[in-house]
Design a protein around this ligand. Structure first.
Ligand code: FMN
Ligand code: COI
Length: 347
């Protein structure tokens, strides 16, 4: 079936998924104000194209922390891909490899990181980590990610406790079905639960820094003050994210948080962004406002649920085509030609 936009993938995914699983993927915290804001905010920002720039040859590729991506759109870490497709994260990794972009594999993946890497030998993988209060166990997980070939650690810092997701509470969705588990949390003959701890602090990040030579990305920064502190802790990149509206409800849209954080970081490290990216034009707006690249969460899951690896591939391919088309219409030969003067708040 031909699908013309990312939104059509969501409709198909919804029709195919168990309703409780659809709600888990789609939903957010509280009244889902932030979920809606993430997308709506992009519509309030206009793009101002430049004309007659002779920009015939397009370049959309970039290198981030030593990893090459053919487009400035990464796969955000999302949990439980085997709820969407039996191949789960293996399929997503192959789709990311085909799109020549970076996949950030969730610590809560339903396929072990070693198997994800083996299934998609050409994929650039980064590993998302919830630092566990048991630092020795955290180190075991880090070593597995390193050995599997992951080239960066993305440490999620917006989850001292899980967001209150009322769809899941209503549906009684607490656990993975029989036969599925978070394979990266295996510890001997048991599987540990992912612990979220309000005790985590910058000191834990320092401990992690000592544990590994991998670049560390902090994911879930929304306050410019925290972006500045992160720079003192030797992070390699900062990811502006409100977790797709799944943690604290009423955090502003991530695109609205980006300019202040980009200013606070002042180019010291790359700033990444996720939340609400559904169009190539959204990608351009984020890049113009200071992001080095963006990541997409739910759209990849919709592709996966709609049509497995092929669906996830098509989602990433559509986004790449939209980025190229929008860049051309903006008179840009490369993503580096975008600047804040090319966006205007329209209301
Ligand atoms: C179903 C689902 C599961 C997620 N799981 C994780 C996770 O395991 N780790 C993490 O850091 N973020 C997780 N996130 C947040 C995403 O990485 C990302 O911040 C968010 O999805 C971006 O918003 P978008 O879905 O609008 O693109 C998850 C998001 C969704 C929708
Ligand atoms: C297993 C969950 C903690 C994954 C997650 O971060 C989410 O559902 O938003």
């Amino acid at each position: 079936m031909e699908r013309w936009s990312l939104r059509e993938f969501e409709a198909e995914a919804r029709a195919r998924l168990d309703p409780a699983h659809y709600d888990y993927f789609a939903g957010g915290a509280g009244d889902e104000v932030t979920v809606r804001a993430n997308e709506a905010a992009f519509a309030r920002i206009g793009l101002l194209p430049r004309v007659l720039r002779g920009a015939a040859k397009l370049e959309t590729g970039l290198t981030l922390l030593g990893s090459r991506a053919a487009m400035p759109v990464l796969v955000a870490p999302t949990a439980f891909h085997r709820l969407a497709d039996p191949e789960g994260e293996r399929a997503t990794a192959r789709a990311a490899a085909a799109a020549e972009t970076i996949m950030i594999v969730s610590m809560a993946a339903t396929v072990a990181i070693e198997e994800v890497a083996a299934a998609a030998p050409g994929a650039e993988l980064w590993f998302q980590l919830y630092v566990q209060p048991d630092l020795a166990f955290t180190e075991t997980v880090v070593r597995r990610a390193e050995a599997a070939g992951c080239r960066a650690l993305v440490v999620t810092v917006d989850s001292p406790v899980l967001g209150r997701r009322e769809r899941d509470l209503r549906n009684g969705f607490h656990d993975l079905p029989e036969g599925l588990c978070c394979e990266n949390l295996r510890d001997g003959d048991r599987v540990r639960p992912i612990l979220m701890s309000p005790e985590l602090s910058w000191e834990h990040l320092d401990r992690l820094r000592e544990m590994t030579a991998l670049p560390i990305v902090v994911k879930g920064v929304t306050h410019p003050g925290d972006a500045r502190i992160a720079l003192d802790h030797d992070v390699s990149a900062i990811m502006v994210s409100n977790h797709g509206g799944r943690q604290l409800d009423t955090v502003p849209a991530s695109i609205d948080l980006l300019p202040d954080i980009a200013a606070a970081v002042g180019g010291a490290v790359p700033v990444l962004l996720d939340g609400g990216i559904r169009r190539g034009t959204d990608v351009l707006k984020a890049l113009a406002l200071g992001a080095a690249a963006v990541a997409v969460g739910r759209p990849v899951i919709w592709g996966l649920a709609a049509d497995g690896e092929r669906g996830a591939s098509r989602v990433l391919g559509r986004l790449r085509a939209e980025v190229e088309h929008a860049l051309t219409l903006c008179g840009c030969a490369s993503i580096g030609d975008l600047d804040p003067g090319m966006v205007r708040r329209t209301c």
